[in-house]
Design a protein around this ligand. Structure first.
Ligand code: HOZ
Length: 427
């Protein structure tokens, strides 16, 4: 495949942008590749700067659940654009998106819009601390909640990909209140809560972990978090930046039937533009300024173009049968991949929650970050490179999930499985 133009652009970018990218995983270092520069997207396909075509399973890391350039999203953005790009003042569009969110997520009486998942989780934690008057927070190894200082402890996503325990530049005192526990380990959660529960402001969790590859919650895990947080007066925060409007319309809380106190959303709710949000029970949300004393603000929060894209996207997701047909396609893909790997005698562990998927090169189920780290990373790199060569664009790390959109039709799935068959044969 000719990648001359991508190579030249990468060279130019490296002179100006650290590592040549604006988010570390995109540099593709862990799979020994250089990044592709993307020119355009259409449906489930991406076209790079050299004109090569790929079936896209990153979907901008989750937001593009309708595929690229969905006509209703383009129309909504265009019509908002006619009126101006940003006012820094309230608009009716903000209310409309808030109504859609509150209607979809029963645990959420009120919601505040921000611009990124990092802002949403950071603000939700500040709110939990302000509401409870406590300092400690519990998170889980391999979960990634954005790059706020106190959350870069045993974090997944790019931190895991770069094999870093955390980030330099974070003073020890900033993380002294962060307790990171093994995902799915109910006994440890109960033990730590029994010892320190009265000092814990919140437990924050990815209800389906998507930043150490895709790791599903064990049957009792989320229930235990709900019970123990209630018992000790801590808040339970679901980071649904990835799972929200992805694993079900009402997110993981709908799919797994657990009601958190606060939830964070992002990605899909902006339809490909930068939007995130946090929300929850009214009595808690009332503590946010200007109603209350927990401060949080943003110049571009509630941006009209982003609101319009989010509204258009959520309206499409409400169409009858949307999630059922997405589920069917995702199941075809993951069972197909698992059976092809099996046929080629390659041990894999495949995971799926709705249209969010994972494939680990390992011979046993992955329940935690410690398990995920035992995957064969060299084999993943070869798989990644082979799939790319065959026109399949995957997340360039074993510690990321991959995503399906409504635009992934049977032809795209079949093309992907044929590519996988060829690649597995060579691994
Ligand atoms: N951290 C996100 C993936 N889990 C975003 C990565 C990116 O946009 O490069």
């Amino acid at each position: 495949m000719n990648r001359k133009r991508s190579t030249a652009l990468y060279k130019r970018a490296q002179e100006l942008i650290p590592g040549g990218v604006n988010s570390p995983v995109r540099a593709c270092r862990s799979v020994g590749m250089d990044p592709l520069f993307i020119d355009r997207g259409d449906g489930c396909r991406l076209f790079d700067a050299d004109g090569n075509q790929y079936i896209d399973y990153i979907g901008s890391w989750g937001p593009m659940i309708l595929g690229h350039r969905h006509p209703s999203v383009i129309a909504a953005i265009s019509s908002a654009l006619e009126k101006g790009t940003s006012f820094g003042a309230p608009t009716e569009l903000e209310i409309e998106l808030a109504e859609l969110l509150v209607e979809a997520i029963p645990s959420m009486d009120m919601v505040r819009m921000v611009n990124s998942g990092t802002e949403a989780t950071m603000s939700a934690i500040r709110l939990a601390r302000g509401f409870t008057g406590r300092d400690k927070i519990i998170k889980f190894d391999g979960c990634y909640h954005g790059h706020a200082d106190s959350l870069l402890v045993e974090a997944g996503s790019g931190v895991a990909t770069l094999q870093l325990p955390g980030s330099s530049g974070v003073p020890a005192s900033f993380v002294e209140h962060t307790l990171s526990l093994p995902y799915n380990d109910i006994d440890t959660v109960n033990k730590v809560m029994a010892e320190k529960g009265d000092q814990v402001a919140c437990i924050i969790v990815e209800p389906v972990a998507g930043n150490m590859g895709l790791v599903l919650p064990d049957d009792r895990f989320l229930e235990t978090l709900r019970e123990t947080s209630e018992k000790y007066g801590a808040l339970l925060i679901f980071d649904e930046v990835m799972t929200g409007f992805r694993v079900a319309f009402g997110g993981a809380q709908e799919r797994y039937g657990i009601t958190p106190d606060l939830s964070c959303f992002g990605k899909i709710i902006g339809g490909g533009l930068p939007v995130a949000a946090y929300g929850g029970r009214g009595e808690i949300m009332a503590h946010i300024a200007p109603s209350g004393t927990v401060y949080q603000a943003g110049t571009l929060s509630g941006n009209p173009l982003a609101m319009a894209a989010g509204i258009a996207t959520l309206k499409q997701l409400k169409r009858p049968g949307f999630f059922e047909s997405l589920d069917t396609q995702a199941e075809k893909l993951i069972t197909g991949l698992a059976s092809l790997a099996h046929k080629a005698h390659i041990p894999v562990s495949c995971t799926r929650s709705g249209a969010m998927l994972g494939l680990f090169f390992i011979d046993h189920p992955v329940k935690s970050f410690a398990d995920a780290k035992k995957s064969d990373l060299e084999r993943f790199s070869s798989y990644y490179q082979g799939m790319l060569e065959n026109g399949i664009y995957l997340a360039p790390s074993q510690f990321e999930a991959f995503f399906l959109s409504a635009a992934h039709d049977d032809e795209a799935i079949q093309q992907t499985l044929s590519a996988a068959e060829r690649v597995f044969a060579d691994l």
